[in-house]
Design a protein around this ligand. Structure first.
Ligand SMILES: [Zn+2]
Ligand SMILES: [Zn+2]
Length: 239
């Protein structure tokens, strides 16, 4: 405990705007479920596996870490598995319902000797308790990124994406120099995700825009997912 007190100046209480990493090692793919658990740097709020935390300590000299270790609970064999009903992570009906349950152990670990203090404990300095509470309450930055990528685009598109089958037809999508497969349009182009074909977008009421080739292709093939080239939005309705 004295060791922790002498290092208190290196502990920060995260602000709401801080990005907190707590689900995956910044360097490897280790998670709290990995053998050594995950170590959250209580100064930078970056996460490290047991191997990588040594490297982080050598680089930053940050000594105080929140250690999160999740171990699998034994599950009764006859427990029915719930199927995910929606394409969602960590929401009701999402894939998390399917995961085995884990037991979480928390401790404060001080490097370089991996001195471990149990959490929660009334003996811990208040600053450390506040910092840990804030870390635990925060949505992991990794999770936010994940959720954003699933939810940002239309739910309609996700529903198609679940069943998306891609055809191995040898079509190679060039990095640039795109052109509609049916006409000479080189802008307002849409890439069909099923067959990799590129077509122009809708014709506007005033005659500008494309020649409707993406829409026609969809009507012919029923391949539903197209993304506008040069953007990251996926929007079937606007094609
Ligand atoms: Zn790692
Ligand atoms: Zn065209």
């Amino acid at each position: 405990m004295e060791l922790l007190r002498s290092n208190l100046s290196r502990v920060r209480i995260p602000e709401p705007t801080n990005r907190i990493y707590k689900q995956e090692c910044c360097i490897s793919f280790d998670s709290p479920k990995s053998e050594g658990g995950l170590f959250i740097d209580m100064n930078t709020f970056l996460a490290f596996s047991k191997d990588c935390v040594v490297w982080n300590y050598e680089k930053t000299r940050n000594p105080v870490y929140l250690h999160i270790k999740q171990t699998r609970k034994s599950i009764p064999e006859d427990r029915p598995l719930k199927k995910p009903t929606r394409l969602a992570i960590g929401l009701d009906g999402g894939f998390d319902n399917n995961e085995p349950e884990y037991e979480e152990t928390l401790s404060i670990v001080i490097l370089p000797d991996f001195v471990s203090l149990p959490f929660p404990s009334v003996e811990l300095p208040e600053k450390v308790r506040l910092a840990v509470d804030a870390i635990l309450l925060a949505d992991g930055a990794e999770r936010k990124e994940q959720l954003a990528s699933w939810i940002a685009d239309k739910k309609q598109v996700s529903a198609f994406a679940t069943n998306l089958q891609q055809i191995d037809n040898g079509v190679v999508i060039p990095r640039s120099g795109w052109k509609c497969c049916k006409c000479d349009k080189t802008d307002n182009l849409w890439l069909n995700l099923t067959d990799g074909m590129i077509f122009c977008g809708r014709k506007n009421w005033d005659g500008t825009g494309g020649n409707n080739h993406a829409v026609e292709h969809y009507k012919e093939t029923n391949y539903p997912l197209a993304v506008k080239l040069g953007t990251i939005t996926a929007d079937l309705g606007a094609a």
